[in-house]
Design a protein around this ligand. Structure first.
Ligand code: WTA
Length: 701
């Protein structure tokens, strides 16, 4: 399945220096370890587990599972019998056993240049213990769910780990979601407590987070569900005095000086030159973060949890509309994210690592919080935007902290590509060693720009394919071991066994294209949909019994490399030919005039479906008929006449979620001139919609 030798042609190799120190320095070593991970998982993962702290050791086999719905209930159990605590492993173990107490855990870089702070492992442990004690004093117990709705601040990590320390289950809701979405998630997970903040800035825009959180709590109340407590962090407004009113008091919150806040390293991080949010206060439920933590103890014995106890819930959108609460559990997730982080970014103790994702998404959970902290890494935690105050911001931060490993999304790369190379080359970037991408297929043109302009061909690019459901990377290069092919996520990570199936569920061998599935679990795979195990089985296991179905299409080339072609629901069938929208998009983006493209299907009376293409042009280029003709030719030349676009439309902006995913569902409606767009609450910028309707390129057939 994996070739014995890496191909030599049409591939790019990592620079020599990286190989010298790398954990997995060659393709042969990768293959050797891969075989061990499949043939002898107990030994492979057992060795890794030795580095972690276990209150009690596991008994029996490392993984026990059923992946076949026809044989009974789907389940995965990892390290049964073991007890541990992730918070202990990522903090206490680093501070006490590994003597990393003074090491910086996070460099926090605010939205506004100049807003900054640092937190060491020891300080993080103290803050976490204090908040954990606060949660306990507010009645939160092991197994209870806590919703977290916060901006990208260190206290978001503190809140996650405080939950984990006491065995409570966090459910983080991305701070860009609406009150309605927050309410829906609170109701589904039946959270007893919400942790939020006063507000934050995204670029120039003030987001009154507490106002939105209150609206969500009202909606919950209207539906008969009462969230008993809401802890609010003052991020933008003054924290010198903290509200210490007991709950239930009708008077406005009493303030009292909080001496410990004078020592709070986070205290002066935001320069108070901008308007601060007005904070609505409901004395029946609201509590002040600082008022509580400044009187809480720094000692908190962790709650020892079973391997398969729930760790967190994270909601991900489902094809039926209602989000699914993906549930991860303790031991398997911990080992898997720690190992993928270490090997995929080839983590070394001197690294400064930066993942630009938001912690509100799985990438932030696994590769800002748990993976890096489990390795004792130093990370940058960035609150702001890649284009604020200007488009050099990312590279300025890379230089400021001498970032060595950098992880971002293709959409960010394409956005920055629009502005050319000067904003990048203006900064030095000499510290960079490994570049990563995640979230969607990266078109070879963006890959090349990232590799050539950002990394100056020195840094391998790891194109990591994975999902909220998979917990961590499942198909990915290892930077010093895997020869790269631009646009391919290359090979499986350790313990992962992919296959490609056709529509009838038959496994395809050799070069082929079809459904990407996995044949057996790895430690980090999700365990269930919270509160709805049946939905878990139906969504992922029913279509092809015996396999976990990713929902993504995939091609395997002659060298065994895997190429994700996009969601299967983004596959189009034009005149009986299966086409990947990502493939057509990539062809369009290769034209020098195009910055970004999104392709959807439009029903066609003869062909079944036709290709409707939305294109965003680079700055300074104007849209006209001749360009349209060139684009058609381009796609025909790159893929074939079958892929010739039927419609091309100028799209100055594309509808995206706040995490940058293009909302193809909305584009399909626009292509069809259907005004009923359904739920668009996750749309980052609703104003693009009207313009897209105005620019529609065709009259209705
Ligand atoms: C897509 C994000 C191609 C894919 C970690 C997957 C990718 C979905 C890649 C999961 C990649 C993620 N190449 N496609 N490297 N990474 N995807 O749950 O369609 O937000 O199913 O997890 O993103 O998105 P999610």
């Amino acid at each position: 399945m994996i070739p014995d030798k890496a191909p030599r042609e049409d591939v790019l190799y990592a620079a020599g220096d990286l190989k010298k120190e790398a954990h997995v320095p060659s393709f042969e070593k990768y293959k050797e370890l891969y075989i061990k991970s499949i043939d002898n998982p107990d030994e492979f993962w057992g060795d890794i587990a030795k580095d972690f702290y276990w209150k009690t050791k596991h008994t029996g086999q490392f993984l026990d599972y059923n992946f076949d719905v026809t044989k009974g209930e789907i389940f995965v159990k990892c390290m049964e019998g073991a007890t541990t605590n992730i918070c202990y492993n990522v903090l206490d173990r680093n501070v006490h056993e590994k003597k990393l107490g003074d090491k910086v855990a996070f460099y926090w870089e605010g939205n506004e240049p100049g807003d900054e702070s640092t937190v060491t492992y020891r300080e993080l442990l103290q803050q976490v213990c204090r908040l954990a004690n606060v949660l306990k004093s507010q009645g939160v117990k092991k197994g209870d769910r806590v919703s977290i709705y916060m901006p990208m601040v260190v206290e978001l990590v503190v809140a996650m780990l405080a939950c984990v320390r006491i065995g409570a289950v966090h459910s983080i809701v991305f701070a860009g979601f609406s009150a309605e979405s927050l309410c829906e998630r609170i109701l589904d997970s039946q959270c007893c407590l919400l942790i939020t903040a006063d507000g934050f800035y995204r670029g120039d825009k003030l987001i009154n987070l507490k106002v939105i959180a209150d609206e969500a709590l009202h909606k919950c109340r209207d539906k008969g569900y009462l969230v008993q407590r809401c802890i609010m962090l003052r991020h933008l407004s003054k924290v010198e005095e903290a509200e210490v009113t007991p709950l239930g008091s009708q008077s406005p919150p009493a303030k009292r000086p909080c001496p410990d806040l004078q020592q709070d390293p986070q205290r002066d991080r935001v320069k108070k030159t901008r308007p601060v949010p007005q904070v609505p206060w409901n004395p029946k439920v609201d509590l002040c973060w600082h008022g509580l933590v400044c009187v809480a103890s720094e000692e908190c014995e962790p709650e020892w949890c079973d391997s398969e106890d729930p760790l967190f819930i994270l909601y991900t959108s489902g094809s039926t509309g209602k989000p699914k609460g993906v549930l991860h559990t303790v031991s398997g997730y911990m080992l898997y994210v720690a190992t993928t982080f270490k090997l995929v970014f080839d983590y070394q103790p001197s690294d400064v690592y930066w993942c630009t994702a938001d912690i509100g998404w799985i990438t932030g959970h696994s590769y800002i919080t748990y993976g890096p902290l489990a390795n004792g890494a130093t990370s940058v935690l960035f609150e702001g935007l890649p284009t604020y105050p200007d488009v050099s911001r990312m590279w300025e931060i890379v230089d400021k902290y001498s970032v060595t490993k950098f992880y971002t999304a293709p959409t960010a790369i394409r956005l920055l590509m629009k502005y050319g190379s000067e904003p990048v080359t203006r900064c030095k970037r000499t510290s960079l060693k490994v570049l990563g991408t995640v979230g969607e297929p990266i078109n070879p043109e963006a890959w090349q720009w990232y590799y050539t302009v950002v990394g100056e061909k020195r840094c391998p690019v790891v194109d990591t394919f994975w999902q909220t459901e998979t917990g961590g990377h499942v198909l990915t290069p290892l930077p010093a071991a895997t020869p790269m092919k631009p646009g391919s996520a290359t090979f499986p990570f350790f313990g992962v066994v992919p296959a490609i199936l056709n529509e009838s569920g038959e496994e395809l061998e050799g070069p082929s294209e079809g459904y990407l599935v996995f044949k057996q679990p790895w430690p980090g795979v999700m365990r269930t949909v919270y509160g709805n195990h049946q939905r878990f089985e139906t969504t992922y296991f029913k279509k092809f019994p015996g396999y976990y179905v990713t929902g993504d299409g995939c091609r395997r080339d002659k060298d065994g490399y895997y190429w994700i072609t996009g969601r299967i629901d983004d596959m189009l069938n034009v005149s009986g030919h299966l086409l990947s929208t990502a493939e057509v998009e990539s062809a369009l983006v290769e034209h020098e005039a195009v910055a970004e493209a999104a392709v959807v299907g439009r029903p066609h009376p003869v062909k079944g479906e036709s290709l409707y293409c939305f294109v965003s042009l680079r700055d300074g280029v104007t849209y006209n008929r001749s360009l349209e003709a060139q684009l058609r030719k381009q796609v025909r030349e790159k893929i074939g006449a079958i892929a010739t676009p039927d419609y091309i439309q100028n799209a100055p902006g594309l509808p995206k979620t706040r995490s940058g995913k293009i909302m193809r569902r909305v584009l399909r409606k626009i292509a069809n001139n259907e005004r009923d767009l359904g739920d668009v609450s996750t749309l980052a910028d609703p104003s693009v919609i009207e313009q897209l309707f105005e620019n529609r390129s065709c009259s209705d057939v």
